[in-house]
Design a protein around this ligand. Structure first.
Ligand code: PRT
Ligand code: MG
Length: 214
């Protein structure tokens, strides 16, 4: 049995076409079913639904053989013990710094001010500001980062941006692009050896499908 860990929402939705290319069809809709283990049309393949941030953990410890996870999540997790054979080019966005539209970020940086930065992505934020030589106090949040500068909790946020509509709706502007983000396939290292015969065709089908989309 091959177990694939996915999170509900954009990762599940955007992985479906890749699974289809590998001849795998998920037999239940996670938005309507309450099940956490979903059968597929292939008796040897199942999908487990986990929180996006838990995908690397499931795959690292063998709770799943394969998983799909954002580069953001992977960097924060550390990626240890995971084989990362493919950039699936799905769930694309960017990691950015944003501030209230009336905050002069450029002069704060120029003057060497200490910035209060709220984020879920403390590893990425710490490395980015350290590389720029900007001193920051990081405030760890688990969601709704956009609220932090509006309430005086922070001067800036580090968050994912895709259309930019969320920033705009909250009067925030993007002042730095830290990195481009897409989702990766991650594979448990032991599973890759022990379940080669089942995993290899899935990797090949995904890889061909990505090339076709490019
Ligand atoms: O939502 P939940 O708390 O359950 O978990 P999650 O946020 O970790 O999962 P999910 O499904 O929202 O995100 C999974 C992965 O999708 C992330 O790890 C990213 O790699 C990728 N991804 C791609 C995104 C976005 N685009 C995205 N736009 N993840 C989040 N967003 C959020 C962003 O945080 C911000 O709040 O969408 C908002 C901005 O979108 P725009 O279009 O208004 O700019
Ligand atoms: Mg989310």
């Amino acid at each position: 049995m091959i177990t694939l860990a996915l999170s509900k929402g954009r990762i599940f939705d955007e992985t479906l076409p890749l699974l289809a290319a590998a001849g795998i069809e998920v037999l239940e809709d996670p938005e309507t079913s309450r099940k956490l283990i979903l059968a597929t049309n292939q008796p040897g393949v199942r999908v487990v639904l986990v929180r996006a941030t838990d995908v690397p953990t499931y795959v690292e410890y063998g709770g799943a053989d394969l998983g799909v996870t954002g580069r953001d999540t992977l960097i924060e997790h550390g990626g240890q013990g995971l084989y990362q054979p493919l950039d699936l080019k799905i769930a694309q966005c960017r990691m950015s710094v944003a501030v209230p539209s009336d905050f002069d970020y450029a002069s704060a940086v120029r003057q060497g001010s200490r910035l209060k930065v709220a984020t879920k992505y403390t590893t990425i934020a710490r490395e980015f500001f350290a590389s720029k030589g900007v001193h920051v106090d990081l405030i760890k949040l688990y969601g709704s980062m956009e609220l932090a500068p509006l309430t005086g909790l922070a001067d800036a946020i580090v968050d994912l941006v895709s259309t930019g509509k969320t920033l705009q709706a909250n009067n925030l502007v993007e002042v730095e692009r830290i990195m481009d983000i897409s989702s990766r396939l991650v594979v448990n290292q032991a599973a890759l050896k022990l379940k080669q015969a089942a995993i290899r065709p899935i990797l090949d089908a995904f890889s061909n499908a990505i090339e076709k989309n490019a």
